[in-house]
Design a protein around this ligand. Structure first.
Ligand SMILES: Cc1cc2nc3c(=O)[nH]c(=O)nc-3n(C[C@H](O)[C@H](O)[C@H](O)COP(=O)(O)OP(=O)(O)OC[C@H]3O[C@@H](n4cnc5c(N)ncnc54)[C@H](O)[C@@H]3O)c2cc1C
Ligand code: FES
Length: 249
């Protein structure tokens, strides 16, 4: 039986996808169980540290990651990815598929598009994708996608939450899943609450992940007993009242 990966992996593809952003494909040296949309890996950069990265794609070629520069480790991955890394995963809870006959509605901000593009490749979905400007836009190869940018340089001018609020019938989709930076998650939470759609919606959260295995407790979601690395990173929005109070000014 295939098990989770705890293995070295080698770089088999690398390309710049947008400003400060790259797609990296690593092939595990061992055959491991494949990831489901919403799961992530701890990617160990030798001599540096291990960081959590969502799965952007998974094919016979290897595991795809979409990485955006935030600090030293992500900069190294984007600019000069190591030939070999360590991979631990897949970790976390998969995102639920839509019920039969329904489509999911996916709201992605920036690099939050990584897990949602993978989801859209596996499940019937409509993707709403917001970026700061065309320089940060990644063509994620999904058919049903509406794009918004802060400056109007790609798609319509505005945010992904504006796109969502402009939909005539958001309740026809299930589930609604949101992934992106915390300020965007806060704005989406407010919109979902106003529309009475917190039940049936999921927020893919950003919290600091250290062990990734559920034993250090560093990734507890504020206001809950949930560990982001085990019970998340996707969490039912109806359970996030305490998180909202702690994280959204
Ligand atoms: C479940 C999960 C999935 C993620 N998926 C992706 C992805 O697909 N693509 C992508 O580009 N980024 C993803 N991230 C964020 C990525 O892990 C951080 O950008 C990275 O750890 C930053 O490391 P750094 O050394 O470059 O920057 P640092 O200077 O160390 O940190 C920059 C900022 O990144 C955040 N961060 C740092 N370390 C961690 C950590 N261990 N866990 C969580 N956040 C951290 C903090 O907010 C910090 O202020 C994900 C995070 C989580 C928790
Ligand atoms: S990161 Fe250690 S419990 Fe989640």
């Amino acid at each position: 039986m295939l098990r989770a990966c705890y293995t070295a992996a080698e770089l088999v593809d690398y390309r710049r996808a947008a400003e400060d952003t790259a797609i990296l494909v690593y092939r595990p040296l061992e055959e491991c169980v494949g990831p489901e949309p919403g799961q992530f890996y701890m990617l160990h950069v030798p001599g540096v540290e291990a960081i959590p990265l969502s799965v952007y794609d998974s094919t016979g070629e290897g595991l795809g990651f979409l990485v955006k520069t935030r600090g030293p480790t992500t900069r190294l991955l984007v600019e000069k990815p190591p030939r070999r890394v360590g991979l631990l995963g897949p970790l976390g809870r998969p995102l639920p598929p839509p019920p039969p006959g329904r489509r999911a509605l996916l709201l992605a901000g920036g690099v939050g598009v990584a897990p949602l593009a993978f989801y859209a490749k596996r499940h019937p979905s409509r993707l709403l994708y917001g970026v700061r400007s065309a320089r940060y836009y990644v063509d994620v190869g999904v058919d049903d996608v509406l794009v918004a940018s802060d400056d109007g340089s790609v798609g319509v001018r505005g945010t992904v939450v504006d796109l969502f609020e402009g939909l005539p019938d958001p309740d026809r989709y299930a589930p609604i899943i949101v992934a992106g930076p915390t300020p965007m998650l806060c704005a989406a939470y407010r919109a979902l609450r106003r529309l009475g759609l917190l039940d049936g919606s999921i927020l893919v959260l950003e919290e600091y992940v250290r062990c990734g295995l559920g034993f250090c407790g560093d990734c507890i979601v504020p206001g809950t007993r949930l560990r982001l690395c085990r019970e998340g990173p996707g969490v039912d929005a109806s359970r996030l009242h305490g998180w909202y109070s702690a994280r959204c000014p």
